[in-house]
Design a protein around this ligand. Structure first.
Ligand SMILES: Nc1ncnc2c1ncn2[C@@H]1O[C@H](COP(=O)(O)OP(=O)(O)OP(=O)(O)O)[C@@H](O)[C@H]1O
Length: 568
């Protein structure tokens, strides 16, 4: 890492790197095409981008500070950056050499206003983990704090001394580079660089204020208050400041320690299913989710009475989350936009899809909506209206061919996914990866199916209602919904149907079965569309999403919706 006392040198280093690479982009993407050598420039593009990403990777490791976060941020911007760059930066780990203990002691004592020996009964000098912005140490709480909180063991996160100055330098450099890039048309047509940097600056400045992380931990804890499945560490507010964060020590079995789980009598497959369900709850129900659920941030905690206790997994073990520095929010506007998108997808309504994209903020104002709408309608003509048998015939290659053609068009469109969607994609991909490592047979859909029914109960049937209305009107897609569905839903909403009576329970069960199929169909369409969209920027992920939309749902869902009547 570069010496924090040399901000000028650091600034110059970043600017030199940027100047060199912006000049290369300008030469290859603007000058050569103007000289009629566009084909030559295009030929080496992929290798050039890869080299650029590799050099940036090395620079980030060397400089530390925000540069590692910049790399991680770029790796998640599948929407605006080419796959050569996102793939290279995906593996950038936030690890840094530990700060000598004297520096940590000085900073923590200054923040807490007392010697460490007074604030804590013990403080381990060797950190548990050291990252670019801070490091974590084990400590013991003093008698006063124990009396206050009922806790004895703590984890104390301490910021790297001088990190604020480094962050300031890094942000100043990034803002300047963004201004340069906003003058290069090939880039500014597709991405609003200054806005992107501001978005990044906002999250970075939050990350170096631990009070923000403490508030996140508290909010997350409240979301799962009374939910036996989830454990969240308590914040020790008396020992927390802007640069020091003291949390309950919730160390337990690491979630990816399969042998450890088995030894404790815990089935890793059950952990996978529960973890996926809890992640879905965060995204869809609470609208506030952990955006960094990697194995280092998750434990499985056996509970007293363990395997003997009855009453579901929550009674025997809990999923424990730590690190609340990166949380995602799904704002109400995005939820309604997303709903609109899914409904339009289910109803094969091209216009509605484009409107939904605009509502969620995915389209920049200069987008040619008419062209996009035509493409959407064609996508649905080709795949959306297929019956079960036909869809089974469509293989990956067909999706790929179509997407290659469609992808060209999308590439020319000024899309920019809002931050929360990227965080959702990040959380979903980490969840899916972790679940598969716990249970090789795991399929995200096993978790979605029961979740869909639950979501519907909570939404009082709004989704079914809207889908039924639009789909029946526009395409007759859901022709097999119970005819009196609307009526039943209205009566439930008005409280005229008392839940609990056997007759009503039966109706609800029937309704739920129908609703589950509808939601699954919506998800199917959503995944198909998302897959096609993503394919333009990230072919492997796009294909995976499309394949996911086609395979597991065919039998259970499409048979009920597009073809024959379901079991009810
Ligand atoms: N409350 C806690 N109880 C037990 N272990 C914890 C707790 N908080 C953090 N840890 C451990 O310390 C590690 C580092 O903590 P955390 O991830 O919060 O720090 P960070 O600086 O944000 O690191 P990174 O950027 O790598 O995520 C965690 O991965 C976890 O293993």
């Amino acid at each position: 890492m570069t010496d924090a006392s040399a901000p000028r040198a650091r600034y110059r280093r970043i600017m030199r790197f940027a100047a060199r690479h912006v000049a290369l982009v300008w030469w290859f993407e603007l000058v050569l095409p103007r000289l009629g050598l566009g084909a030559l420039a295009a030929r080496g593009r992929s290798a050039r981008l890869q080299r650029l990403a590799q050099r940036f990777h090395a620079l980030a490791l060397e400089l530390g500070g925000l540069m590692i976060k910049v790399g991680q941020f770029m790796s998640s911007r599948l929407d605006v950056l080419p796959p050569e760059i996102t793939a290279e930066l995906e593996g950038l780990q936030d690890e840094a050499p530990a700060v000598p203990f004297a520096g940590i002691r000085e900073l923590a004592e200054g923040e807490l206003g007392m010697p460490l020996a007074q604030a804590y009964t013990a403080f381990e000098q060797q950190p548990l983990a050291a990252a670019s912005l801070g490091q974590a140490h084990r400590a013991g709480l003093n008698a006063v704090d124990t009396a206050d909180t009922g806790l004895t063991d703590a984890i104390v996160k301490v910021q790297r001394p001088g990190i604020e100055a480094i962050v300031d330098v890094d942000l100043a450099a990034l803002r300047r580079v963004a201004r340069w890039l906003s003058r290069v048309h090939v880039i500014s047509d597709r991405v609003d660089m200054p806005a992107l940097v501001e978005e990044f600056a906002e999250t970075s400045l939050q990350e170096i204020d631990y009070r923000h992380e403490a508030a996140n931990a508290e909010r997350f804890r409240e979301c799962f208050e009374g939910d036996a499945r989830v454990r969240v560490p308590q914040v020790v507010w008396e020992r927390s400041t802007r640069r020091v964060l003291t949390l309950e020590d919730v160390s337990a079995i690491k979630i990816n320690d399969i042998a450890g789980l088995r030894a404790a009598g815990i089935d890793p497959a059950a952990v996978a299913a529960e973890f996926a369900a809890v992640m879905f709850d965060q995204i869809f129900t609470h609208g506030f989710f952990h955006a960094d659920p990697h194995p280092g941030n998750l434990f499985v905690t056996p509970r007293m009475g363990g395997a003997d206790a009855s009453g579901g997994p929550g009674a025997q073990w809990q999923l424990t989350f730590v690190d609340f520095g990166m949380m995602g929010e799904v704002p109400a506007s995005a939820r309604s936009g997303l709903r609109r998108l899914l409904i339009a997808a289910a109803a094969r309504d091209g216009r509605g899809l484009v409107e939904g994209m605009r509502e969620v903020g995915a389209l920049l104002p200069s987008a040619d909506e008419a062209v996009l709408e035509r493409a959407m309608v064609r996508a649905f003509e080709r795949f959306g209206g297929m019956g079960v048998a036909e869809l089974r015939e469509v293989d990956e290659r067909e999706f790929r061919d179509f997407a290659a053609e469609f992808g060209e068009l999308l590439r020319s469109m000024p899309f920019q996914l809002p931050e929360h969607f990227l965080l959702i994609a990040r959380a979903a991909s980490l969840t899916s990866g972790l679940c598969s490592s716990l249970d090789p047979a795991f399929n995200l859909w096993n978790a979605v199916e029961p979740y869909a029914a639950q979501l519907l109960r909570a939404e009082s049937g709004n989704v079914v209602h809207d889908v039924a209305q639009r789909a029946i009107a526009s395409a007759g897609l859901i022709a097999h919904l119970p005819t009196r569905l609307d009526d039943v839903l209205n009566r439930i909403e008005e409280g005229r149907l008392a839940v609990g009576a056997p007759r009503v329970e039966r109706k609800l069960a029937r309704l739920e079965r129908a609703a589950r199929r509808v939601v699954s169909a919506i998800l199917f369409s959503g995944l198909l569309v998302a897959g096609v969209l993503l394919l333009a920027w990230n072919p492997p992920l796009g294909v995976v999403l499309m394949a996911a939309s086609a395979v597991p749902l065919l039998h259970a869902v499409l048979a009920g919706i597009l073809g024959r009547r379901g079991p009810d």
